[in-house]
Design a binder for this molecule. Structure first.
Ligand code: BGC
Length: 767
């Protein structure tokens, strides 16, 4: 834990410069706009410890896999999001010394992430060896309105001297990924160019051939008025700059506004990228800072109007939830089905920027409620487009007949993770992908999605389950052998309760969906059957048999579901038996010891009870929670949020609150001492769920929106808005009452604490 940031409802504030926190702050203060993201690296030179990071959505490199012992079936590569050319660079030279906070003395420093407006700013005073002091104020944003535009306003002022200041705005293609497996450079720089007032570089990824063009323009002001100066242009093989000198009087501010347009081959023909990027940089230059800034803030205003959660009485919790909502919106905008959400978003290299089951299991509920349905639909279509690859992936592991094994980690549909226990065994991800289809349809009512796309995916996945299940003669039941459940601290186990549960649910949902499409869209059903050689009768008979005879490990005496066969034979200690210096156990224990222990990395049985809560009575859920929560070390960011929701549902509100706090401030307070690697973007959606699904108790039952609101002791009130079908509903929960406001003309049926209501415009219910 490292609590060095000020608590504030709308901002993240660092008020002194400590180089030891630099990497962590670079992650926390990251900016993004759905198409690209930038860590909070400094504009001016910085020779201290830093992880430079600028990432472009959808652009990756297939880095050659590195494993100790190769096993058949391993993928050849691990896709990586790339650190792309540096667009932020502005060198500042006062006298002879280049401004560098690692070398200069920092006298005052503040860094602010303004989440309301989506900007990062810094203000500092620094002094060089010649005791020249400069004051810097800078602000940057990645436009949410023109998503290929990045803007920086950088003001430098000589505090105690008059003299020459050299300024060098540049673009630099000499960049690397810290996590490159073989120290390779991933980009070829195809062109560099510069002329007075402009610079351009064009980079292409090796192997994958993505192209990105960066065009720079800038304006210079002295004391707010356009400066008169002559700039020198220079470019080398990977670098392009302008440089100019201005003679400044003591106290006279010099401002450079740098506009960089980043255009890439996902959206533009490679041969037109240069013209397009330059045109957009010109356009930005003409529009000017104020206009671009206002347009950007306007988009954020709209986002906040729909997705803000207001918490009264607890600023830490308020800051925490806004931080999470802010980063989720910076990471994914939902306007391109080729893009997805990496666990670290655009804030670091870890997890390669690829797609995990996190998107379906955690992010979808957030986007369903806070954004138009098309946003979630695009996340689903992303998987639909990967169906053929999922089938190929299954074939590589020996599955046949169109069985779709979706990858654990992917960029383009191909598996690119290579730990056998995860790649081959963590197959519950397929259940999450199927469940997301159900979740989307249940929430939005867009049943059409099934015939259009969903059913094909469901059939592919059900075929996988059907082949991945084994008939156990001994048990006279179907079993699923050799899996890793959500709890990755157990590998190669038999009958993980969660996996068996989601598998049999998926088969059942597929059969129901077949019935629906067959009767409503017979022609389409025929097409699907032909396309996938689907033998409805034979295949569904087998699926039904599996549904009817699946083994679900349970212990009658304890009244709980058993995480997997044999779990109860372990030494059943609790987390309280661990010494503080042993935690996190993944950093202190051998893997062997972890595997043999009863300690659970993240929600597993409870993940199932969270998803399928409607099927179980509260006592069952409570018994399982009381058994598993004390044994869960929450060493995945995806864990506490699920436990928090389950705790809310069984009325352990204060425990839910503690779990909520640790998830919502996981990165701000660096709970696991790893935020320097990037933020936990996908678990941020879990934090949102902890409030809306947990405390608010939101669910949709039989097409009806239901709530079960509770409020933690030290909150005065909290409120949130959700999109539901054609309406926007605002929910305000205080100690005494719940108020629902309907911001649409559609009348809505509601269930609150299991009673039925009709919501016209406003409804107040006493707690
Ligand atoms: C978790 C996985 C998750 C991955 C990426 C791992 O630590 O165990 O469930 O998919 O992180 O967030």
């Amino acid at each position: 834990m490292n609590k060095y940031l000020a608590v504030d409802p709308w901002c993240i504030i660092e008020d002194k410069f400590d180089p030891a926190n630099q990497r962590a702050s670079e992650s926390i203060f990251s900016l993004g706009n759905g198409r690209m993201g930038q860590r909070a690296n400094f504009e001016e030179a910085y020779t201290g410890n830093s992880l430079p990071g600028f990432y472009i959505a959808g652009i990756y490199y297939p880095d050659k896999t590195r494993v100790g012992w190769w096993k058949n079936g391993y993928p050849d590569y691990f896709a990586k999001v790339l650190n792309a050319p540096n667009w932020i660079g502005i060198n500042v030279i006062a006298g002879k010394e280049i401004l560098d906070l690692n070398v200069w003395k920092t006298l005052k420093f503040s860094r602010v992430l303004n989440m309301k407006e989506g900007t990062l700013s810094r203000a500092f005073t620094s002094e060089n060896k010649e005791q020249r002091k400069v004051e810097v104020e800078c602000l940057r944003f990645l436009s949410m309105n023109n998503t290929d535009l990045c803007v920086i306003r950088y003001t430098v002022k000589p505090v105690n001297f008059s003299g020459t200041m050299d300024i060098v705005p540049y673009l630099d293609g000499e960049i690397r990924n810290e996590d490159a497996n073989y120290d390779e450079v991933f980009w070829d720089i195809r062109a560099t160019d510069s002329a007075e007032g402009t610079a351009y570089i064009e980079a292409a990824t090796k192997k994958t051939g993505f192209v990105a063009g960066f065009a720079m323009k800038y304006q210079v002001l002295v004391s707010g008025k356009p400066a008169i100066f002559k700039a020198k242009a220079k470019n080398t093989a990977k670098y392009a700059e302008n440089s100019f000198s201005l003679s400044l009087k003591k106290g006279e501010p010099l401002t450079i506004i740098k506009y960089v347009a980043v255009v890439n081959s996902l959206y533009c023909k490679p041969e037109s990228i240069r013209t397009e990027a330059q045109a957009r940089a010109d356009m930005a230059f003409t529009a000017g800072f104020e206009k671009l800034y206002n347009d950007h803030v306007y988009v954020w205003d709209n986002i906040w109007e729909h997705s803000d959660i207001k918490i009264e009485g607890d600023v830490e919790a308020q800051q925490g939830i806004r931080f999470n909502i802010f980063h989720l919106n910076q990471t994914y905008r939902g306007d391109d089905p080729r893009l997805n959400i990496g666990p670290k978003g655009f804030t670091g290299e870890k997890y390669g920027g690829s797609t995990y089951w996190d998107s379906e299991a955690f992010c979808i509920p957030f986007f369903l409620s806070t954004a138009p349905a098309s946003v979630t639909r695009n996340l689903l279509v992303y998987r639909y487009k990967h169906l053929e690859k999922a089938i190929e992936n299954g074939q590589k592991l020996g599955f046949t007949g169109g069985a779709a094994l979706y990858p654990m980690v992917t960029m383009n549909g191909e598996e690119c993770h290579n730990e056998w226990e995860i790649t081959f065994e963590e197959i519950h991800r397929n259940g999450a992908i199927a469940y997301a289809i159900y979740n989307y349809i249940n929430y939005t009512g867009d049943k059409h999605y099934l015939s259009e796309y969903g059913l094909e995916v469901l059939i592919g996945i059900s075929r996988l389950w059907s082949q991945r299940t084994t008939w156990s003669q001994a048990r006279k039941k179907y079993v699923i052998l050799g899996v890793t459940g959500p709890n990755e601290y157990e590998n190669n186990v038999n009958n993980n309760w969660f996996t068996n549960t989601i598998a049999s649910w998926c088969l059942k949902y597929t059969i129901e969906s077949i019935e629906y499409v067959k009767s409503g869209f017979p022609q389409r059903f025929k097409e699907i059957s032909e396309k996938w050689s689907f033998d409805e009768k034979a295949e569904t008979v087998k699926w039904q048999d599996i549904i009817d005879n699946m083994h679900f490990p349970a212990d009658e005496q304890l009244g709980i579901f058993v995480q997997q066969d044999g779990y109860l034979e372990k030494e059943l200690r609790t987390v309280n038996d661990l010494q503080p210096e042993e935690r996190p156990i993944n950093q202190h224990w051998s893997w062997d010891r972890i595997l043999r222990s009863c300690f659970i990395k993240q929600a597993d049985v409870l993940q199932g009870l969270f998803i399928f809560h409607d099927r179980y009575d509260l006592d069952t859920i409570r018994r399982n929670f009381d058994f598993y929560e004390p044994r869960t070390v929450h060493e995945s960011s995806l864990s506490s949020c699920v436990h928090s929701i389950v705790a809310s549902r069984i009325c352990k509100v204060e425990m839910a609150y503690e779990l909520y706090l640790s998830t919502s401030r996981l990165d701000i307070d660096d709970y696991n001492n790893e935020v320097r690697e990037g933020l936990h973007i996908t678990s941020m959606a879990g934090t949102w769920m902890a409030i809306v699904l947990g405390f608010g108790g939101l669910s949709v039952k039989d097409e009806i929106l239901a709530f079960n609101p509770r409020i933690p002791r030290n909150w005065k009130s909290y409120s949130f808005r959700i999109f539901f079908r054609d309406s926007i509903i605002e929910v305000l929960v205080s100690k005494e009452k719940v108020i629902f406001n309907n911001h649409s003309d559609t009348v809505i049926n509601l269930k609150v604490y299991d009673n039925d209501y009709i919501l016209k415009k406003k409804l107040e219910i006493k707690i």
